[in-house]
Write a new protein. Structure first.
Length: 117
């Protein structure tokens, strides 16, 4: 959860803070109650950086990152050293405090999607 103080300037100006996420997944979707954006890499360049203004409100906001990695082999030499998914950092820029690093906040991790067969 991300707490936003009611005195944040962006709440009055309408200049949304920018969420930036570094990922090695093939696709990354950002949801804060509703779909905020989608970004994806390629076979040659799977790492990507998503950066977009996000509509946050005063109080508690929940940011959900859905990382998708498709077509990855699940065996092979040094498989455990391969990077996939959200690597970080995850930051919010444009707050009164400047840049807030969300990488060290508590994150939960879940495999699969609700309703997935």
């Amino acid at each position: 959860d991300v707490k936003i103080d009611s005195g944040e300037e962006f709440l009055r100006s309408g200049n949304y803070p920018v969420l930036t996420v570094l990922s090695a997944g093939h696709a990354l979707h950002f949801i804060n109650g509703q779909l905020t954006g989608t970004s994806y890499g390629s076979l040659e360049f799977p790492k990507l950086t998503f950066s977009k203004g996000v509509n946050l409100r005063a109080g508690i906001n929940t940011i959900t990152l859905l990382s998708i990695a498709v077509g990855l082999p699940n065996v092979g030499p040094h498989f455990e050293t391969w990077n996939a998914g959200v690597l970080g950092p995850v930051t919010l820029n444009g707050l009164n405090e400047g840049r807030r690093d969300l990488s060290w906040q508590k994150w939960s991790y879940k495999v699969g999607l609700k309703g997935e067969a």
